[in-house]
Design a binder for this molecule. Structure first.
Ligand code: MLT
Length: 421
């Protein structure tokens, strides 16, 4: 593809063009400032590629999501989360021997240092789980030698995320901790540590474990989303993997990112608390002067539908049917979904139910506390954060991330005496 041409102050420049596997086009402006003195300006980076990556591909116009070339629909149906970890972090699906090795190592590393319990006990039981998760992930580094192989760090961070998520729930509920079992897979161990009984053999509901496993797969990675970019940014300073993913947790906690699934249930609860008058809230959503916004609908990348949501819609039906849940909030959710899929106002604005809408319904049916929903998102996304961090450090073009700016403040001026301020 021919170079991109740019004219600044009457002078012509040419910059190379990079073409991706699926034909995406990027203008390589690495030399822009050096040659022209100008920088590109793209607040929010919506038009800026921060890297070339081989991990995940998204086609927002056509609702395509692939991990290392495999469609998300096939992965959700035919793999387990341990297989996704191998695929995202090391680039290939594992054979049976490597899969069993992964499962047993993750179960072994899920037994984290007892000192973390002292870190947890310093929090009020009312603390938000995401704040606790970020702090405890940072603290976890202190108990392990991070100068070792990055593969050990990778598996300790992924395994530790599982245990920390469950421990945070148990601490907030005032319940004793449940240790992981060496015989369980990642999703099963999460449920055992969340809902098990100390000292008793695991008794995990396989329907729920499979639903959790699928949710982890669907949340595993999503290109350069806010939390993955944050993890890359922190890791680019050669901070440890623990510190980098702790920062990723912080970014994910925001209501504009991972916090959206919690906001979906809070929205449904407020509709029910106000008498369940759905028509009233549909009208509010259509009213520009209203502050009410529907949470869990539409997406900044997917223009027609979120492929993860299509998969979760079926999964939500299966889980609700298997568990025989009769929950008024879920009834409101179903009615709201119907309106969003049929009402011209929502269809025209592509406000279709997204991954946060259906994951919120499933977590509710699985009796995961609402404020733990974003922790569940982190439990899947940890695999993507680690993969993105590793790919960045392995990149021959690796460098610290240090964006530029356009200064619009005051020109140089003298400091007035305080009597004249
Ligand atoms: C995600 O999966 O990270 C969310 O859909 C947000 C995004 O991709 O920007």
């Amino acid at each position: 593809m021919s170079d991109a041409k740019l004219t600044i102050n009457g002078k012509d420049y040419e910059f190379p063009v990079v073409e991706g596997t699926e034909g995406e086009v990027g203008i390589d402006v690495a030399r822009l400032r050096g040659e022209t003195g100008a920088v590109s300006l793209d607040p929010g980076y919506g038009n800026t590629g921060s890297c070339q990556s081989a991990i995940t591909y998204i086609d927002g116009e056509n609702g395509v999501l692939r991990y290392r070339g495999y469609p998300i629909e096939d992965l959700a149906e035919k793999t387990t989360f341990e297989e996704i970890i191998s695929l995202l972090v090391w680039g290939e699906l594992p054979d049976e021997e490597r899969l069993e090795e992964l499962r047993t190592t993750l179960a072994e590393y899920a037994v984290i240092d007892e000192g973390i319990k002292d870190v947890l006990s310093g929090f009020p039981r009312t603390a938000h789980p995401m704040a606790m998760l970020s702090a405890c992930m940072s603290a976890l580094e202190s108990y392990y030698d991070t100068s070792g192989s990055s593969d050990e760090d990778v598996l300790r961070v992924i395994a530790g995320m599982n245990t920390l998520a469950a421990y945070i729930y148990r601490y907030k509920q005032g319940l004793p901790y449940v240790y992981p079992s060496k015989d369980l897979n990642y999703a099963e161990n999460f449920l055992h540590m969340m809902y098990g009984t100390p000292g008793e053999d695991p008794d995990v509901n396989e329907v729920i474990a499979e639903a959790i496993d699928k949710l982890l797969i669907l949340h595993a990675d999503h290109e350069q989303n806010c939390s993955a970019s944050t993890t890359r940014m922190v890791g680019s300073a050669k901070a440890t993997l623990y510190a980098s993913v702790a920062a990723g947790v912080g970014a994910l906690s925001g209501p504009l990112h991972g916090g959206a699934n919690q906001r979906v249930l809070e929205m449904l609860q407020s509709i029910q608390d106000d008498g369940g008058d759905l028509e009233k809230y549909i009208d509010l959503a259509k009213d520009k002067s209203s502050e009410f916004r529907l949470m869990g609908f539409g997406h900044r990348v997917y223009k027609n539908f979120d492929p993860r949501a299509k998969i979760l819609k079926t999964s939500a039906d299966d889980v609700l049917a298997d568990l025989g849940k009769d929950d008024p909030l879920l009834d409101i959710a179903r009615d709201l979904e119907q309106v969003a899929l049929e009402d011209e106002f929502f269809v025209k604005r592509r406000l279709y139910p997204n991954v946060d809408f259906y994951s919120g319904i499933i977590y509710r049916a699985l009796e995961v506390p609402t404020e733990m929903f974003t922790v569940m998102f982190a439990l899947g996304r940890i695999s993507g954060w680690v993969a993105q961090w590793k790919e960045m450090l392995d990149d021959p073009a690796f460098r610290i991330h240090r964006p530029r700016q356009i200064y619009i403040g005051e020109g140089e001026r003298e400091i007035p005496p305080i009597s004249e301020r």
